[in-house]
Write a protein that binds this ligand. Sequence first.
Ligand SMILES: C[S@@+](CC[C@H](N)C(=O)[O-])C[C@H]1O[C@@H](n2cnc3c(N)ncnc32)[C@H](O)[C@@H]1O
Length: 222
Amino acid sequence: MDFTEDEYKEIAAQLRKPNGELGEIVAEKMNEGNLLMNQNTIKALNISDSDSILEIGMGNGFFVKDILSLADGLHYIGCDYSEDMVLLSQKVNARFIDSGSARFFHRKAEELPVGDSSIDILFTVNTLYFWEDHTAILSEFRRVLNQNGKLILSFRPAEVMELYPPTKYNFDYYSKEEAADLLKEYGLEVLEVQEFEEPPIERDGQSFPPKHVILISGISKT
Ligand SMILES: C[S@@+](CC[C@H](N)C(=O)[O-])C[C@H]1O[C@@H](n2cnc3c(N)ncnc32)[C@H](O)[C@@H]1O
């Protein structure tokens, strides 16, 4: 299927901040296209009983059930700046909200609704491309993480993103080195770099060879 440049622009805007009926469809497509990436990220979280977990940009919250199945007494908080994604996440995860193990907030990464040093695991998948104010976001991440807390950042690296036409509209690309340097600049030390190749997928009429990077970092002790 061929897309026009205007359609690519619309897809790009929806990936950045899904909304309305199209946003609902895009969120479902992301769950399929980013399945392996989300599964690998969830493994990398290395969750223990009673952890406080904060996710930025959970889309429709499809993977929350997988996180909460990994240990007992978990507290999951999801923040997304798309109100429609928050509403969908609340619908999809109503049973976890009722049991007190999940909460969702309409918030941007720069203003997180949690106290200082209150989070054990902070993670975000496929949002790095949209960060506008690095200082505000990474300072906020530092504020909410406890001293032994981990930040897990998952993204598709520049060499892959460049091949996907919508990303020329207002996406920032990062190599794994650039992303690691960015974290370091804000006092987050990269402890482990994981890289995964994936089988090619068809997206918007194009064959797209996905690959993702997961950076596991902690607050630098020096
Ligand atoms: C490309 S989607 C990724 C969804 C899911 N994490 C995945 O990988 O399939 C980006 C999601 O993050 C949200 N988002 C992007 N930047 C954000 C920010 N600065 N603060 C909060 N949410 C953000 C968007 O609204 C959207 O739901």
